[in-house]
Design a protein around this ligand. Structure first.
Ligand code: SAM
Ligand code: SF4
Length: 332
């Protein structure tokens, strides 16, 4: 799949549910309305959909949400997708991974490793138990940390995702770099993106990572690297810890030119760009018949419409978000 700007689409992110056991303040409103279950693709449909993308050249699949590990029987899907991992030449999948809040990780870590998952991202915005409960509106940090330890024990490499929030966790980044160093984890800092109405003045929480990086550079030796994962992060090595530190800066930096990915929601809506509203319905063609003919056509038409880039702009007055859907719909 090559889009109109010559970018090969090799990376699919799949949101397997819009539900979550947390309500992070920057991601969801406290009283989120979730989709009726009938609107969701079944696990079998999700597998078929992923299969079609793999056939069309997708090499890397990331499951996300909502919280992927709260979807009932999701391990069955993960095992089936894991069975499609294989050597590059065979047209199968290179990598199966997921982004999780870690709340269910302790009990699934071994199963994930058995299914062929080698790397995961775990979102942790603070190492302070009370602040963690406040940001996630009820999440338990010790449970998440147990999950991280279980994943490591199972041989899965863990990267911590941390959203940089002004006045909330901005005093913690030195501590997090250190903690990740001690525990053998990579760290990736993310700027807040204006997605979905979360009932707060998001403009206020926006903290440019250029500033965070300059502050970190006072304590740590940050060495430029050309390491790439196929995701949007730019990485440096932290000389003192030997770990990687990534920055995802959708607002201060244009990360679109090398974009190789598309996203599909749990209802089968394909978004060609995280920061644009244009979308293609894949559920109807998926349900149109027992063959994938209609689905293949719909995917090809959608890729031909992938836009050049996003239009995120933070409205300092905290007005309407640039994109109406929440991150938990498209999965980040
Ligand atoms: N529930 C899982 C988790 O939290 O890792 C997966 C889904 S979550 C939507 C994926 C990532 O998006 C998380 O790292 C989260 O911190 C990030 N995220 C959510 N809303 C965001 C926003 N408005 N701006 C930037 N990142 C956001
Ligand atoms: Fe849930 Fe992840 Fe959104 Fe937090 S960021 S509310 S854990 S989906």
């Amino acid at each position: 799949m090559i889009d109109p700007f010559g970018r090969a689409i090799t990376y699919l992110r799949v949101s397997v549910t819009d539900r979550c056991d947390f309500r992070c303040t920057y991601c969801m409103a406290e009283d989120m309305q979730f989709l009726p279950k009938a609107e969701l693709l079944t696990l079998e449909e999700l597998e078929r959909l992923c299969g079609a993308f793999i056939r069309h050249g997708v090499r890397k699949l990331r499951l996300t949400g909502g919280e992927p590990l709260v979807r009932r029987d999701v391990m069955t899907l993960i095992e089936r997708l894991g069975a499609r991992l294989g050597p590059v030449q065979s047209g199968s999948l290179d990598e199966l991974t997921l982004t999780t809040n870690g709340s269910q990780l302790a009990r699934h870590a071994q199963g994930l490793a058995r299914a062929g998952v080698r790397r995961i991202n775990v979102s942790i915005d603070t190492l302070d138990v009370e602040k963690f409960a406040a940001i996630t509106r009820g999440g338990k940090l010790p449970v998440v940390l147990e999950g991280v330890a279980a994943a490591k024990d199972a041989g899965i490499a863990v990267k911590i995702n941390t959203v940089a929030l002004r006045g909330v966790n901005e005093d913690e980044f030195d501590g997090m770099v250190e903690w990740c160093g001690v525990n053998g984890l990579d760290l990736c800092l993310i700027e807040t993106m204006p997605m979905g109405d979360v009932g707060a003045d998001r403009g206020d929480a926006y903290l440019p990572l250029s500033l965070v990086r300059a502050r970190l550079a006072r304590r740590w030796t940050l060495r430029e690297t050309d390491y790439v994962t196929g995701g949007p992060a730019r990485y440096v090595d932290v000389a003192e810890t030997g770990r990687r530190l990534g920055f995802i800066t959708p607002l201060t930096h244009n990360f679109c030119e090398g974009c190789n990915r598309v996203r599909v929601t749990c209802t089968g809506t394909l978004y060609m760009c995280l920061g644009q509203d244009d979308a293609a319905d894949l559920r109807a063609p998926l349900r149109a018949g027992s063959t994938d003919e209609a689905l293949d056509v719909a995917i090809a038409e959608a890729i031909a419409r992938k836009p050049k880039g996003h239009d995120f702009v933070i409205d300092r007055r905290g007005a309407a978000p640039a994109v109406a859907r929440h991150m938990s719909v498209t999965g980040g």
